[in-house]
Design a protein around this ligand. Sequence first.
Ligand SMILES: Cc1cc2nc3c(=O)[nH]c(=O)nc-3n(C[C@H](O)[C@H](O)[C@H](O)COP(=O)(O)OP(=O)(O)OC[C@H]3O[C@@H](n4cnc5c(N)ncnc54)[C@H](O)[C@@H]3O)c2cc1C
Length: 493
Amino acid sequence: MPVPDQATLAKRARIVAAMRSIVPGEGVIDDPDALRPWESDGLTAYRQPPMLVVLPETVEQVAAVLRWCHAEGVKVVPRGSGTSLSGGALPLADAVLLGMGKFKKILRIDYEDRIAVVQPGVTNLAITQAVEGRGFYYAPDPSSQIACSIGGNVAENSGGVHCLKYGLTTNNVLGVELVTMDGEIVRLGADYPDAGGLDLLGVIVGSEGLLGVVTEVTVRILPKPQTARAVLLGFPDAESAGACVAHVIAEGIIPAGMEMMDRPAIHAAEAFVKVGYPLDVGALLIVEVDGPAAECDHLIDEIARIADANGATSSLISQDEAQRVAFWAGRKAAFPAVGRISPDYYCMDGTIPRRRLPEVLRRMEALSQKYGLGVANVFHAGDGNLHPLILYDANIPGELDRAEEFGNDILRLCVEVGGVLTGEHGVGIEKRDLMPEMFAPDDLAQQQRVKCAFDPELLLNPGKVFPTLHRCAELGRMHVHHGQLPFADLPRF
Ligand SMILES: Cc1cc2nc3c(=O)[nH]c(=O)nc-3n(C[C@H](O)[C@H](O)[C@H](O)COP(=O)(O)OP(=O)(O)OC[C@H]3O[C@@H](n4cnc5c(N)ncnc54)[C@H](O)[C@@H]3O)c2cc1C
């Protein structure tokens, strides 16, 4: 991480006082004990208490905090619910941690336009809960949906089981209100798709808190499908299950969800939730279709036929809603279930072309032997989005390092077969140093020019995503603020 700036630390008391004048009451936390709970996000292997936490309640407060920090050269790390698995919300010792948890209001629901306008601290699930009484829902459904915020979802372009058919966050967000690092409040997108101008909304979704602080989100809501049915398909090995996934898609069927679990994950989940998963199979597919009942019946039959042709050894179709929900219960509880069989696990997130699934799973097994660490696989098979859970024990010296190296090799493998470093968890600090595996220096410089356009002083969430954060002047951009030439010592080109 960037070395803490001593000049900033030296003026901490003044920063605290300034923040208190902007966010009065209990909105500023600076007591060292009270800062402890904020020291990490979902990537708990990394910890760093923040310099202080600020919890604004209004957009004006967010703008004033950012404006002040910008003028004083103080770094800011935005945070939603802190469930990031890539360390995106990891605090910095010399930065303000800007918690958006008090932005909890659903501002407007318009069923005719099928949109909901919400504040960024609203949880993903709360959006569906707010509209389900009228038969609507918000489609992207991360497993963390009970806790993660929609602001965090926008920053990470989060996904979930149903994103195969309905798209990721980026396909379900129509507009945002954003405060830039210099305190300017801007609106991107609209209440309808494809607002005019450059697609800056597309730039913001997935920008991991590096370009601005999201203060309002307009999402698309969808009518709940008339029917949903799921089928549990058992296969002798992950390769035949992987081949089935590729064939289902190749036949033109887009299931609502298509998830795979390998043997260790099946056993862990079944022991935890006891929903009747077959234990004599090497891999399990849970495939869900939704829509009118006749369409679902037809698609389920087609999927069962394709599974048969790919060597499925068992097939169980949900007969009612309770059974469908039970099928998913094991999958949804798979992470905590794996937590019961290993003291620690490290959840990876890479994406590969679907047709390479069998090969990648085979090579992952070889890596597991090489590193002497178990791996359980639970993933969005239809999207080719892998979530290998590497099993380790943090109390054994060197095991975390080995788990990380194993994880890095898995991500390198994803890139080698034509995939990408992340499917939905983001780059953060976790995958930051692997970015050159995927991008050439010119690509990275070009990406950083976008960062410089929004935040030329590199004050917002520094140390994340980019392996080397070049000063913007090095990239040829010159932003003159109040007549002051930044980095005056550097030669211009
Ligand atoms: C058990 C578990 C299961 C998970 N399952 C999934 C899954 O199925 N799919 C998936 O995609 N992810 C999953 N995640 C990861 C995580 O929940 C998502 O990345 C989520 O979107 C993070 O939201 P958050 O509110 O917790 O954000 P945080 O963790 O607080 O922050 C994440 C990033 O967003 C930025 N950020 C947060 N709020 C704002 C804002 N208002 N403006 C600008 N930037 C902001 C932060 O700076 C940081 O870079 C899982 C995590 C856990 C712990």
